[in-house]
Ligand binder design. Structure first.
Ligand code: OGA
Ligand code: MN
Length: 203
């Protein structure tokens, strides 16, 4: 992505977070980048590098397949160019949020997630029982031609009474304040790949 359009996008994201706390940018990442990330995720998945996702942190960490049954792999820039590019985007977003909104986010982390057919993640807040330092959730998807009947939508509760359903379509970007918006992943009828990242305050 050229620098100029990246700056425009970062401004759009920071404004939306300041005004409503969340935003969705359909088809944000170019197809070649999504393809490269997807290829990276799939080869690691086939090599058995993912592990079942846990909930909670530290001593409270546990696997609960009634709540979520995806598998994850943490991103490291050494995994390849596509991953390094994505982590660089997260870093640019982190810097923009600090300079524009004085958010004080000092660390980032991100993982690939694979939801095999029939997997889900029940309604939750990313800031588990207030212990986590996650301030901003950043998600992108790696699934081409996702259909409504494939399920697997991200249901984001924008208020007590309302939600929006977001299809996990290739390249779409979702950003929201981690402590404010409950969300869930509806059961996916097709294998569903994503990258979920968080910007965190210092722990
Ligand atoms: C998560 C999560 C949503 C999604 O990993 O905490 O809520 O759409 N992911 O993948
Ligand atoms: Mn979540």
């Amino acid at each position: 992505m050229p620098d100029f359009s990246l700056q425009v996008a970062l401004t759009q994201i920071t404004q939306a977070l300041a005004e409503q706390g969340w935003l969705v940018l359909p088809k944000f990442f170019p197809t070649n980048h999504v393809q490269a990330l997807r290829a990276q995720a799939l080869s690691a998945w086939q090599a058995g590098e993912f592990h079942p996702a846990a909930i909670g942190q530290g001593a409270n960490k546990l696997q609960n397949f009634d709540i979520r049954n995806d598998s994850v792999l943490w991103l490291e820039s050494a995994q390849g160019e596509a991953v390094a590019y994505y982590l660089d985007f997260l870093e640019q977003l982190r810097l923009a949020l600090n300079s524009e909104l004085f958010l004080g986010v000092f660390e980032s982390e991100a993982h690939f997630a694979v939801y095999p057919r029939a997997s889900f993640y029940k309604k939750h807040l990313d800031n588990f029982r207030g212990r986590s330092t996650r301030l901003v959730t950043v998600i992108t998807y790696l699934n081409h031609a996702w259909q409504a009947e494939d399920g697997g939508q991200l249901r984001l509760y924008t208020s007590n009474a309302a939600f929006i359903d977001i299809a996990p379509e290739a390249g779409s970007l979702v950003v929201f304040l981690s402590e404010r918006f409950s969300h869930e992943v509806l059961p996916a009828q097709r294998e569903r790949l994503s990258v979920t990242g968080w910007l965190r305050r210092r722990s």
